[in-house]
Design a protein around this ligand. Sequence first.
Ligand SMILES: Cc1cc2nc3c(=O)[nH]c(=O)nc-3n(C[C@H](O)[C@H](O)[C@H](O)COP(=O)(O)OP(=O)(O)OC[C@H]3O[C@@H](n4cnc5c(N)ncnc54)[C@H](O)[C@@H]3O)c2cc1C
Length: 471
Amino acid sequence: MREDSPMEYNRITLAVITKLQAIVGEKYVWTDEEKRIPYGRDEGTFTVPLLPDVVVLPETAEELAAVVALANEAVIPVIPRGTGTGLEGGALVDGRGGILVSTERMNRILEINEEAMYMVVEAGVITETIQKEAGKRGLLYAGDPCSGDSCCIGGNGATNAGGNRAVKYGTTRDQIYALEVVTPTGKIAQLGKRLHKMTAGYPLEKIVVGSEGTLGIITQLTIKLVPLPKATAHVLAVFPSAEQALSLVTALPKAGITPTCLEFMDYDVIEVVGAWLDEKQNCPKGGAYMIIQLDSQSDDGLDDDCVAIDDICHTLGAVEVFMADAEKVWKARKAFTEASAADCPVAAMEDFVVPPDKLLPFMTELKSVGEATGVLFRGVSHAGDGNIHLDLLRKGFTDEADECRRIAAFEDKACEAAYRLGGAISGEHGIGQARKALFEKYTDPVELELMKALKRAWDPKGILNPGKIFD
Ligand SMILES: Cc1cc2nc3c(=O)[nH]c(=O)nc-3n(C[C@H](O)[C@H](O)[C@H](O)COP(=O)(O)OP(=O)(O)OC[C@H]3O[C@@H](n4cnc5c(N)ncnc54)[C@H](O)[C@@H]3O)c2cc1C
């Protein structure tokens, strides 16, 4: 077999099903099509359901390890799944079938330590539950994907989920001290420690985070908590142009201000969201909003930053800067996905990331790419960390083949621009199976080969989430 050739896998037999039932109990091994259907989709734009051969729901790391050991022995793909809110087909089979392992029964909070500010949780705990439990104790779990009410912490770890607060607190990787992981050969590994510094070998927990279920299945996480901010403020700055709004991205850090969130909405998005919510928006034609959230342990610190932000925004040409109602601004920002889809069907969703100082040149290039390919798009940006989400609209194509060709051309040109500017194809959603061709095309070949070598070393039979990130 060539080093890069796809593995041959075995299909699931009755004998394998019987063994799975012996491990987790008959009740938690699902082969009925009706029960498998929800596991054949995620929240991305895949149109045809990709059904696993069987869905297995272990309750403990030991059960899960036994399932993986069995699959490794029998050379059958294993697809880890949290709650399936992923957008890139990472939690779906890829046409070669396999055992889908759901962590939904592994949903216990095992420890909350208020003194040392950490929590130990199983992979299937819903992210919002963690945030609420921390909040009740005056603590903050800073991971904050917009899907927090429905995704789970294991999925967040596997995708290195970002979200609105990543500007200040970082992504999920920054919230994790340690992981318990089931390896592709079915062993249980303890990776990382609850330490603030450690130079003792490779930080393997950091590699598993963001590996999209290809190196190990996360079963338990030790996560960091911080004191809940005592004061929060939301500033809405209205700019006459997107260019002026985006210049805030570099101006704030240069002034020594680290916002918790810095979100960008351009005129098209503001209009679509306004229509969807039936709320008039006060933005001049062609203008843009910047939502700036700040938090602090004292009102004084916050007041100083708000005064400085007001000054900076006006210097950059803002037509209006005001303290906004938190609920109202977030309602508008979070309505984007639904409002956009209601206005026009979405053909593809993008998640580019560039260095924050390159956001403006990247957006300018995206306009040219749209014009050159005839693809209409709209997007919002976690501007503070250079991450931009685009909806490519299903509008103006002559037929399906025309749509596929022009969307592919847009994605290729946009990707080329992102990488040329020092960026990447995904800031937080991952590669899954949807983006691997472009990922392989634009990633440094030596870096890609090292990733493939790592995968071969961890998973010699290639059973764990095959066909994801790369082939
Ligand atoms: C409305 C909406 C808003 C969103 N907002 C954000 C956002 O702000 N930021 C962001 O980053 N993402 C966002 N997402 C994407 C998605 O919610 C995240 O990627 C999330 O982390 C996925 O978690 P999940 O539990 O649903 O994982 P799944 O979708 O089930 O799985 C995602 C990937 O992780 C793997 N995986 C899942 N659990 C494990 C495990 N225990 N061990 C190993 N691998 C595992 C799967 O194999 C798959 O590759 C959004 C999605 C939607 C629909």
